[in-house]
Write a protein that binds this ligand. Structure first.
Ligand code: NAP
Length: 491
């Protein structure tokens, strides 16, 4: 796509740059804005309201005022509203994907996939809202009955990262609303426009004022208000483990419930009996999607020593076809990283790994467009002593570690504080079952590199956090169980 062919964002009604508070779009109270740029070009694409503590308090009040009425909206009506929101997102999916590529950088095909993936959670919870059941439990005496109700936790704060600016937020708002909660959302400052566009379509769909509120800007001020407010009853966060720990500690002061979707360090284990072509499909999808900037990215590729050479040969052949470039260009398969610091972090990890003995198998000086681009890198002889083994790389770097037997593979895979996703490639059913049981991860892909969908529970173990998004379990994080003891019933 040439520059002339790139449509101007200003033509889209969904392009909102103010905060959404109580159903109205509002500028920051001090009138300031912050710039959002295109990571592929550095061009500033919008100025967004730079909100802080005052606007956050207004948003919390709006959400608190709307909560009781929203909780009482019948399930079937909530379902219709969520469905209307889903329909609007899908009807505008190409335009939303284009906006996403402009602010986040990922190739258009991936952006479209993200918009559909985010919408699938809205659709799913538009259905699940009709299935929030309580129980009648056997009582200890004939004069009693035990009944449970599931009730919304109340106002929920949702904080989300820049790597999936549409889907990570949809994955929180949809179950919260289905449960009868109202939300105050703080999307990442790098990518607020996709989030605000979701807010625009929620209002268009008829979701009442105050049920969804959104603001960005002065991050620490917003975070302090959200975590300290007694009116906010739950915080759901997707982002780095470091910030997640800090927010969890802050929430303890008001005993808020928390859901934490944090960083990963996924092992991708290839046993010697694996179908290597399937493993290649998996590694390309799980390692290089979003330029390696996903929480479930294959961070350590563990390959049985006896097939390492052929694995490398096939991987390098696949990477020959990779095209690094601007996400709107149809031929691009790897877009830019989100900003310059991300590029420097990835380059530093690679340099230090090489200093410690890792061997680069790709040209490190491969030409890329100017800006935040990194060409794919393959490193072999990576060992647990290297920083790159334990750090979340968040870039297009395939870090290869070889192993000699099953026990060593599993021990290496579990040698991390993270526990989000793991991948195993094998044709042996016994290895499939043993590995899936012994890997300390919330998600295990067996012969599959694309593991997330709205029908399955997404979430981590260990320092990758707690809580599950999607699936029949996805409402639990937004519901309190109330037990009612009915006594004096005779005889
Ligand atoms: P991040 O730096 O932790 O930021 C995430 C969000 O937290 C952003 O909205 C950020 O706002 C906000 N934030 C930062 N400090 C805050 C504070 N003091 N109070 C309130 N909010 C605060 O993470 P990131 O770099 O955006 O995202 C990448 C990380 O997310 C990776 O570690 C990745 O693995 C993880 N992730 C996890 C999952 C999962 O499902 N487990 C999914 C996707 C990503 P600003 O943008 O304004 O700084």
């Amino acid at each position: 796509m040439t520059e002339q062919e790139i449509p101007s964002l200003s033509q889209y009604d969904f392009l909102q740059t103010d905060a959404l508070i109580d159903g109205h779009w509002q500028a920051a109270m001090d009138g300031t804005t912050f710039a959002v740029d295109n990571p592929a070009t550095g061009e500033i694409i919008a100025q967004v309201a730079n909100c802080g503590a005052q606007e956050t308090r207004l948003a919390i009040t709006a959400a608190a005022n709307a909560q009781a009425a929203w909780a009482q909206v019948p399930a079937k009506q909530k379902s219709r509203l969520l469905r209307a929101w889903f329909d609007l997102i899908i009807a505008n999916e190409n335009e939303l994907a284009y906006l996403l590529t402009l602010e986040q950088g990922k190739p258009m095909a991936e952006a479209l996939g993200e918009v559909r993936y985010g919408a699938s959670y809205v659709e799913w919870f538009s259905e699940e809202v009709k299935r929030i059941y309580g129980d009648v439990i056997p009582a200890p005496g004939i004069d009693k009955r035990i009944v449970t109700l599931k009730q919304p936790v109340g106002v929920v704060a949702c904080i989300t990262p820049w790597n999936f600016p549409n889907a990570m937020l949809a994955r929180k708002i949809a179950p919260a609303l289905a449960a009868g909660c109202t939300v105050v959302c703080k999307p990442a400052n790098e990518t607020p426009l996709s989030a605000l566009a979701l807010g625009y379509y929620a209002i268009e769909a008829g979701i009442p004022p105050g049920v969804i509120n959104m603001l960005c800007g002065k991050t620490a001020e917003i975070g302090d208000e959200l975590t300290s407010s007694p009116e906010v009853r739950k915080l759901t966060f997707t982002g780095s483990t470091q910030v997640g720990k800090m927010l969890t500690a802050a929430c303890s002061q008001t005993m808020k419930r928390t859901s934490m979707e944090l960083g990963g360090n996924a092992p991708f284990i290839v046993f010697s009996d694996a179908n290597l072509d399937a493993a290649m499909d998996g590694v390309m999808a799980s390692k290089f999607r979003n330029s390696g900037q996903t929480c479930v990215c294959a961070n350590r590729i563990l390959v049985s020593a006896d097939i390492l050479d052929v694995f490398i040969e096939k991987l390098l052949a696949r990477l020959e076809k990779a095209v690094v470039g601007h996400g709107v260009a149809p031929e691009t398969t790897i877009g830019p990283l989100i900003h310059r610091q991300a590029v420097e972090k990835v380059e530093g990890l690679v340099e230090r790994a090489i200093d410690q003995g890792a061997v680069p198998l790709t040209a490190l000086d491969k030409a890329t467009p100017a800006g935040n681009f990194v060409a794919p890198v393959v490193l072999k002889d990576v060992t647990p002593e290297m920083e790159i083994f334990s750090a979340e790389i968040f870039g297009p770097v395939a870090s290869l570690v070889s192993f000699s037997d099953y026990e060593q593979a599993i021990a290496l895979a579990n040698q991390t504080t993270a526990g989000l996703a793991a991948y195993v490639y094998t044709t042996d059913p016994q290895t499939m079952i043993r590995a899936s049981e012994q890997l300390e991860y919330g998600i295990v892909g067996i012969n599959e590199g694309i593991i997330s969908n709205e029908m399955a529970p997404f979430g981590g173990m260990k320092e990758s956090g707690h809580g599950r998004e999607g699936s029949k379990y996805g409402l639990d994080d937004y519901l309190d169980i109330k037990y009612i003891c009915l006594g004096g019933l005779g005889p």
